[in-house]
Ligand binder design. Structure first.
Ligand code: GDP
Length: 296
């Protein structure tokens, strides 16, 4: 996903490292090229501005320009600034609450919400040895509840039996009751998506949120939608509150701008990323590793 950016930054850094000494204007010229590379990768403008301002300020510090290898120091500064932009430390899904821990999955239709619900439930079950119950609150798309049931069967995770005609808030309440009575550690609630953000969607998610008081609200966004994904995240954050973001289709050929802007624009950590359609294609989001991957 970051190939284009990696290539462009690599060229800038090669030239920097080859120079023996650097002047302030050399650094500023290099930063202009970094700025163009970030914008071409579709990173949000305010995030690019912040990034360049911070990196430039650090890079024209006297110790850097006077050091034996100023080019390498500048490259390191760009790396460190990139890690900070991505959130510095990995932020895992937090289960530190009384069982059953409610996790609410939200996002637009087609973002990969149901798939991610299955992937995360599978991981919590198999890797973390948690007893997980999944429930679909999508009463609008006839196939949605069935899709989750099939995923549950494939992954060995329990799903809440469907009661015809039951509304989302009631399903959420029932899932929590079953979770409590049957000794589940985690209850994952897969909400309905819409093609676009609309009032009805926000009101519904807010009502579910009030009912179950989820410990995590994970917003699933599609990396392929670029800056739209960032705008969706900002709106969900403001309207319903989001504790973490899952970015899907990171295996696709998106330019990477969404991943790079997300933290800066929304203040929300990216916790997980989807890297394929299969149930094991889910990874933690590690700012250090991602920065390493981008800078080659
Ligand atoms: P929902 O409407 O948000 O619940 O979306 P779905 O979970 O039904 O996913 C929509 C499509 O995206 C399905 O075909 C999934 O297999 C696919 N998908 C989900 N996550 C990923 C991912 O990380 N990578 C790829 N390549 N496809 C994904």
């Amino acid at each position: 996903m970051f190939d284009g950016l990696t290539g462009k930054l690599g060229d800038v850094f090669e030239r920097l490292k080859r120079r023996g000494a650097l002047s302030e204007s050399d650094v500023q010229a290099a930063m202009r090229e970094v700025r163009v590379a970030l914008l071409e990768a579709d990173v949000a403008l305010p995030v690019v501005k912040d990034f360049i301002a911070q990196a430039t300020e650090r890079a024209i510090g006297k110790e850097v320009l006077r050091s034996v290898t100023p080019g390498q120091m500048v490259v390191k500064i760009v790396h460190d600034t990139l890690v900070e932009m991505l959130g510095s430390e990995p932020e895992p899904v937090d289960l530190n609450a009384p069982a059953p821990v409610p996790i609410l999955m939200v996002g637009l239709q087609g973002s990969g919400k149901t798939t991610t619900t299955g992937k995360l439930a599978r991981r919590l079950t198999q890797r973390d040895k948690k007893k997980v119950l999944m429930a679909s609150l999508d009463v609008y798309r006839p196939a949605a509840q069935e899709q989750l049931r099939i995923l549950g069967e494939q992954t060995g995770v329990a799903t809440l039996p469907v009661v015809k005609g039951e509304q989302p808030v009631s399903i959420a309440k029932r899932a929590m009751t079953v979770g409590r009575l049957q000794g589940y550690d985690v209850v994952m609630l897969d909400t309905a998506g819409r093609l676009h953000i609309d009032e009805a969607l926000m009101a519904e998610v807010a009502a579910i949120r009030e009912t179950v008081d989820p410990h995590e609200v994970l917003l699933v966004v599609d990396a392929m939608t670029g800056q739209d994904a960032v705008n969706v995240a900002r709106t969900f954050k403001e309207r319903v509150g989001v504790t973490g973001i899952v970015m899907t289709r990171v295996d696709g050929d998106a330019r990477g701008g969404a991943a790079l802007s997300m933290r800066g624009v929304t203040g929300c950590p990216i916790k997980l990323m989807g890297v394929g359609e299969k149930m094991d294609a889910l990874e933690d989001f590690h700012p250090q590793r991602i920065a390493g991957r981008i800078l080659g």
